[in-house]
Design a protein around this ligand. Structure first.
Ligand code: PLP
Length: 360
């Protein structure tokens, strides 16, 4: 009834395309938040098929889900509970992003040799050691490494997308400070999809590809020369009720939509409980049988109504919210524009009630 059709071949091809656009350098594909809504394990396998070398997730539970499914590729997890016990992650060879001294000490205290990427804040203002902390942070990392408690494999940071050049320069200062502390950083990485595509000087030893791997653009405007990608998710619902109504009929809560003339209303069983933004009330695009419509009235928790006029729409016809615009349906970007958000949120928020069906 509610379906997110995920084209895993598209994910693999997107990763291949993106890798070749960065000279086939080492690439991480980020599969956090259930693979941006696409399914973490499926997306991870498709990314590896497309040539990804690393997988990225936010927390250790996400990393262990990949390991439990049999995925052995390197996985980096970078956001942890202050009380986190790192033993299971170390035992599962999950690389750990570490952002501050006490966290480094906790990681070092776990049994086994922890694989670590030190995280520095170069200007995003979120996670990572601030510049004033680098010297002590790197010195402690070198001490733990000499004692055989950790292996410092990487140094990384994340961009705010405002002034990449300033952050890249700050990252270079961090790399020099790490070297001065005696650390031999094998993998320096700072670029996510946007910088990987648009800022060659930010690529260092590895790029971290998230949204672009799923075929969506990290840019708010079209970037000439950007690689051509295929959106991997198509979200649709079956039309579950069709009825003729007379002019003046009000639709959905608050009657924000009133039929101007006699018309046909089609009911589609997806709502904000499935991740359809309520801000798309009266604006969100929907395609049925190749025709473009707009959500009539408010998006409810479980359903939306589409005014299809005098068109022949039958029970069971598929109402497509978004997919690959090359197939004539709205895009996740169209939904983002209609509801005041970004394509990232549109796909990632698709809820558990929506059945994922995979095309490989
Ligand atoms: C989510 C995330 C990425 C991927 O970002 P995209 O813009 O989706 O490519 C990369 N690095 C970090 C640290 C992230 O949190």
């Amino acid at each position: 009834m509610r379906e997110a059709l995920i084209d895993l071949g598209a994910v693999s091809r997107n990763v291949e395309t993106l890798r070749s656009s960065v000279g086939n350098m080492t690439s991480m594909v980020v599969v956090k938040a259930n693979g941006y809504g696409h399914g973490a394990v499926h997306a991870a396998r498709a990314a590896l098929d497309g040539g990804a070398d690393w997988l990225g997730v936010v927390d250790i539970d996400e990393a262990l889900e990949l390991r439990a499914s049999g995925i052995e590729a390197p996985v980096l997890a970078w956001l942890h509970d202050p009380e986190q016990d790192f033993s299971a992650a170390v035992a599962a060879r999950v690389d750990l992003g570490v952002s501050y001294l006490q966290q480094l000490d906790r990681v070092a205290a776990a049994s086994g040799v922890a694989l670590v990427h030190l995280k520095v804040d170069t200007g995003l203002g979120r996670n990572g050691a601030a510049p004033g902390e680098w010297e002590a942070f790197f010195a402690a990392a070198a001490t733990h490494e000499r004692a055989g408690r950790v292996s410092i494999r990487g140094l990384f940071s994340h961009l705010a997308g405002v002034d990449d050049a300033l952050q890249v320069a700050s990252f270079e200062v961090a790399l020099a400070a790490a070297a001065a502390a005696g650390l031999r950083i094998q993998i320096a990485h700072i670029a996510a999809s946007g910088a990987a595509i648009a800022t060659p000087g930010s690529r260092f030893d590895m790029v971290r590809l998230g949204i672009a791997a799923y075929g969506l653009s990290p840019f708010s405007k079209h970037l000439p020369g950007a690689p051509t990608l295929t959106p991997a998710m198509q979200l649709s619902g079956a039309v579950v009720s069709v009825k003729r109504v007379t002019a003046g009929t009000g639709v959905s809560y608050g009657h924000e939509f009133v039929a101007a003339k006699d018309t046909t209303l089609a009911l589609v069983p997806l709502g904000y409980g499935d991740g359809i933004p309520r801000h798309g009330s009266g604006t969100g695009p929907i395609s049925i049988n190749g025709q473009a419509y707009t959500v009539a009235g408010r998006v409810a928790m479980d359903q939306v109504v589409v005014d299809v006029g005098d068109d022949a729409v039958a029970l069971g016809d598929r109402a497509i919210f978004f997919g690959d615009p090359a197939t004539g349906v709205p895009s996740a970007d169209d939904w983002a524009a209609a509801s005041g958000t970004i394509n990232y949120e549109i796909v990632t928020r698709i809820g558990a009630r929506v059945v994922r069906r995979y095309l490989s």
